[in-house]
Ligand binder design. Structure first.
Ligand code: PLP
Length: 454
């Protein structure tokens, strides 16, 4: 691509993005696609000869865009909110331009050292132990997989050579994100060796039940080795009693992974820091910068106090990877991926641009909107609020039952907002995540009008 063409198309695209993000409201928040529609349109269109960038951009607007669900839309409230902020997008652009592989220090010193530096800043923001080792991975799912492999290594040092003993047991709660169970499956622990500990009425793991389950497994000659406590569960943003769980884990030699994928970011607000109480006792901890930290997908921050366990579990010597650098971190030794994107750059852009105080102000604004919506729902006798809206998530049901809740969700989703659902104690619940940087109070008021049927 000749530089002049790149310049022209790039300017056009940056303008397009700026217009799009200035107000994505004209787009339908959820794609109105029929399954297979885009797939069919691509069939038989294999590009044999190259095309002009103008034609590609035109086709993007005409053929791809109609099938996009707009996560950056201010009225996107499904699953968890994310935000592709301006500085984050610019950081991504540079990452693609440099295309540096952050596998070894020598393969790009800036990538490794910016990763170390920004991850240390996040620890400061969240007031977590400065000595923790941090690395960026694509997702919290990869983070928990790496954590469980390191824990397996610690529990059974021979497992790297021979595989594990088939006696290892992992503990999650009924509300732990499914990525933890998937990690146990992938690491060969076996799905039947994952215990789902019951939760209390606030959807928090019950430490007494955890302790009993561990004792029962020990009595059966099993080896409890890994547990997950969550700060901000997916269904309701419940916070497990991390300190109590950590104390039990330490007493029984379990590796504790604290999943702050969603909730971790709120720890930077002094008034919310108590939500992270006990997280400093974790053996590993994850927070997704691509959730509430305004960094575009993907950017998950994995921390551990045992980097050597990760290294012992994952490092393999290969001649083509050996370098003469000393006293450096070669991140490829600490995880699954060899080739690693330079994700720290967008994190650095976002952290520098907003600063901790700027991000805190945005989080507070979103928390206020969610609290307002939670109050409207709580005061309406037709609805039942199912969890306190402490982390920007409002969870409720129609008192009439599941069918009415489903009808309501459909009505809301045809009103220009997009919400999702979950099941709590067997009952259908609507989840409304309020966290996108572009969502304002009037978006939330329109959403409430659709819920209230006014
Ligand atoms: N943990 C929690 C609490 C989550 O809510 C999610 C996803 O929403 C995950 C883990 C998995 O995150 P990822 O999509 O980065 O794998």
């Amino acid at each position: 691509m000749p530089p002049q063409d790149f310049r022209r198309a790039g300017r056009h695209l940056v303008d397009w993005i700026a217009n799009y993000l200035e107000d994505p409201r004209p787009y339908p928040v959820a794609a109105r696609s029929e399954p297979g529609a885009l797939r069919r349109a691509l069939t038989g269109q294999t590009p044999l000869k190259g095309d002009s960038i103008d034609s590609i951009l035109r086709d993007f607007e005409d053929s791809i865009l109609p099938h996009i669900t707009h996560w950056n839309h201010p009225r996107f409230h499904a699953w968890f909110s994310i935000t592709s902020s301006g500085p984050g997008i610019l950081g991504e652009l540079l990452t693609a331009a440099l295309d540096a592989n952050a596998m070894l220090w020598k393969s790009c010193p800036a990538a490794t050292e910016l990763e170390q530096g920004t991850l240390a800043w996040v620890l400061e923001w969240l007031q977590l132990p400065a000595e923790w080792f941090g690395m960026i991975v694509d997702s919290a799912s990869t983070a928990v997989l790496q954590a469980i492999v390191a824990a397996r290594q610690r529990a059974e040092p021979q497992s790297r050579e021979t595989g594990s003993s088939n006696r290892l047991v992992a503990y999650v709660s009924e509300h732990t994100h499914c990525s933890a169970e998937r990690a146990a499956i992938t690491a060969g622990i076996g799905q039947s060796h994952v215990r789902h500990i019951p939760v209390d009425p606030g959807f928090r793991m019950r430490p007494d039940a955890l302790e009993r389950a561990i004792r029962s497994d020990v009595a059966r000659q099993m080896k409890p080795f890994f547990a997950v406590a969550t700060v901000g569960t997916t269904s309701t943003t419940a916070v497990d009693p991390v300190t109590e769980i950590a104390t039990i884990c330490r007493a029984n030699g379990l590796w504790l992974h604290v999943d702050g994928a969603y909730g971790g970011t709120f720890g930077l607000l002094p008034e919310c820091r108590h939500l992270l109480a006990g997280a400093e006792m974790a053996d590993s901890f994850v927070v997704n910068a691509h959730k509430m930290m305004l960094v575009p997908l993907d950017c998950s921050l994995l921390y551990t106090r045992h980097p050597e366990a990760l290294r012992t579990a994952f490092a393999l010597a290969a001649d083509y990877l050996a370098t003469d650098a000393v006293n450096v971190v070669d991140y490829a030794d600490y995880g699954l991926a060899l080739g690693r994107r330079f994700r720290a750059l967008k994190l650095w852009f976002v952290m520098r641009y907003f600063g901790r105080d700027g991000l805190a102000a945005i989080l507070r604004e979103k928390l206020k909107m969610a609290a307002w919506l939670g109050e409207q729902i709580a005061y309406d006798h037709r609805f039942e609020l199912l969890a306190p809206a402490t982390m920007g998530l409002v969870c409720f049901r129609a008192r009439e039952g599941d069918a009415a809740t489903m009808d309501l969700m459909r009505r809301v989703n045809s009103s220009g907002s997009f919400v999702s659902h979950t099941r709590l104690s067997g009952r259908l619940a609507i989840r409304i995540a309020i966290g996108n940087i572009r969502t304002n109070q009037s978006d939330v008021e329109q959403l409430w009008a659709a819920i209230a049927g006014s």
